[in-house]
Design a protein around this ligand. Sequence first.
Ligand code: HAM
Length: 419
Amino acid sequence: MRALQTVKGMHDILPDDMPKWHFVENLFKKISVQYGFEEIRTPVVEPLELFIRGIGETTDIVEKEMYTFIDKGDAHLSLRPEGTASVIRSYLQHNLGAQTSVLRVCYLGPMFRRERPAKGRYRQFYQAGAELIGASEPASDAEIIDFAVFFVKSLGIKEISVQINSLGDSDTRPKYKQALIDFFSNKRDKLCSDCNRRLELNPLRVLDCKVSCCIEARENAPSILEFLNDEAKEHFDELQKLLKIYDINFNVVPTMVRGLDYYTRTIFEIQGTSDLLGSQSTIVGGGRYNNLVKELGGKSVPTIGFAFGIERLLIMLGDNIGIDNVKKIFVAGVGDGDFERTIKISNMLRKAGLNVEAPYKMGSLRAQLKRASKSGAMFSVIAGEDEASKNEVTLKNMLTGEQVSVSIDSLADKIRSQM
Ligand code: HAM
């Protein structure tokens, strides 16, 4: 029978890779607390309507990439392609705004987009993100960008560039859309067929089309920054001043639009500048989305956030990651008569808080020690009968080979003192 495989674009994360994942996830959780963010977990499955209303019907994500299905109760459901819309749904559903004027939440989990698989681009991938709900000041934009940059740098990733832009307020888009329609009107034959359609429905999307003819055609396209109202302009200027105070180097990229329709004012990305990521160089994407709460049925509440792809960070990190190996103890016996003792000693060491691999049956001591060294154990405890009669065991340091007799009562303390 043919062996079954994972779905295209989806991957197992195997035990050997897990320490790297835990390193990234734990650091994210630690830094989230430093910036005042608390974790929130939302379901992987949400109503399709949430993403149509939240992300935008004419975005690539909603148009082409979502895993949507009708369940047995005729509900139209989707696997979440991102976390922001779900967080805002949850914020409204549980009236979280009533508890505090500014809510800071972070999240971590699998997202699903049916994109063409490539290095750093998967159909199930993991995002960690943060959303700051209820603050409109440029200082909150700067803080969120600093959080994202500090996190990436704390991982040891130095080769990055920070790009920012402003998409202005609701009055900016219609004017800018018209300017784009005018700009592309005599270049329609140079745009891909999707972009010809996008030009009618959502011209901003032409700016993030990845087809090479469209990239060429948008050279010298008008800058959205010329269409900002005074308040949005002031907000963007203030943000740039604050980023300098935070000592963050950034580039203003007036053609950056991001792939989701909910953004207003500030948007930003952190790109990896080494060639490790190939064409998938964006590791963090985020921005302000002041209209989303209202669009999903709430009041007008200013919001900003970001999310990063854990796989892309791991590609950037390669082997440059400081992981403590799990310090493991292997318990071995000499013959069948030692079996009960090995179980008792393993049990005692585990209850004392140590990481232990216990045998399920006795084999030759040589074979057991070979297994211990293969498992990466730091120490082996040999529970032979002779020493047991003196209430002792042999403690073997697997690195140096040194062996000493240790009383069973002081075994856990002795191991801990040598770790
Ligand atoms: P996004 O730019 O669509 O933004 O995704 C954020 C990050 O998720 C990307 O920069 C990338 O690292 C990772 N990512 C996206 N798609 C894939 C994929 N197919 N395979 C691997 N990694 C991927 C958002 O999702 C927004 N919700 C961010 C946000 C939060 N904006 C405001 N708050």
